[in-house]
Ligand binder design. Sequence first.
Ligand SMILES: NC(=O)C1=CN([C@@H]2O[C@H](COP(=O)(O)OP(=O)(O)OC[C@H]3O[C@@H](n4cnc5c(N)ncnc54)[C@H](O)[C@@H]3O)[C@@H](O)[C@H]2O)C=CC1
Ligand SMILES: O=C(O)[C@@H]1CCC=N1
Length: 276
Amino acid sequence: MSESSAPAGTPRRLAVLGVGVMGEALLAGLLRSGQPADHVVVGDRYEARAHQIVATHGVRAASPADAVVGADTVVLAVKPQDMSALLDEIRDRLEPGALVVSIAAGIATAYLEARLPEGTPVARAMPNTPALVDQGMAAVSPGTHCGADDLAEATRLLEGCGKVVTVAEHHMDAITAISGSGPAYLFYVVEAMIEAGVLLGLPRNTSTELVVQTVVGAATMLKETGEHPTVLREQVSSPGGTTMAALRQLDDHKVRAAFLTAMEAAAHRSAELAQG
Ligand SMILES: NC(=O)C1=CN([C@@H]2O[C@H](COP(=O)(O)OP(=O)(O)OC[C@H]3O[C@@H](n4cnc5c(N)ncnc54)[C@H](O)[C@@H]3O)[C@@H](O)[C@H]2O)C=CC1
Ligand SMILES: O=C(O)[C@@H]1CCC=N1
């Protein structure tokens, strides 16, 4: 357990630095799962944003350098490009042994450890935006000084809004490409299907309703039946029918290959972000 940890049973004091889309999603999930608002301080470069978060969630706001004072756990939720400046701001103000959890794409635990006091427990996490509706999928990797209790705390943070897996850090670029960026690919497919409905003459709102419920239904089948997607796809594909006519076009247009190339590009970009 970190030196700065609260005694057992006492809520941990938390600082969330960078309260944009993901910082707020994690914060909201934690509050919903019982983290007391009076044990949370947020810090954001844009004061107006910090004040908006205070008004919405009832937490306190401070500059990042002040927010980390007294914090047992510090969540870093700024863009990778802003990480170096943020670490400079907080390095000398962190409590000894405070756990630092970064959710920034591409930023390795070694990068964080090199810029924080020697021995700081660090965890790297990759959540995704469905955390906003408690359906997040996150992965977490411990750094060099992150003990079992620290990892359990990082996991607790992320479990507030969805599922969490622990992974070796060398998988993080792939995970960023799959589940981190994944919701965007699915929204892109949904957009394309809605457009197709409009092309076929459906009113836009009808097309949207049909596509959204079809995606929800298909996702629920995947989760609840536990069947492989190939089996579920085959159930829809009647011999000589409409579905096969469409799937043949997707194969002819190399859509499967495009998905593989796209996710390779995302993983490469995650690795590039590590270079700064
Ligand atoms: N949006 C997504 O789907 C996901 C994002 N991430 C990661 O989460 C991190 C944040 O992403 P978003 O929330 O989408 O970005 P965002 O742009 O919505 O939020 C970032 C926030 O950080 C603040 N900020 C910038 N520099 C700061 C500093 N020095 N001190 C304090 N606050 C500062 C900005 O004012 C902004 O409010 C990124 O590193 C990204 O890689 C991870 C998983 C999914
Ligand atoms: O696009 C990005 O870089 C971030 C990381 C994963 C999802 N959004």
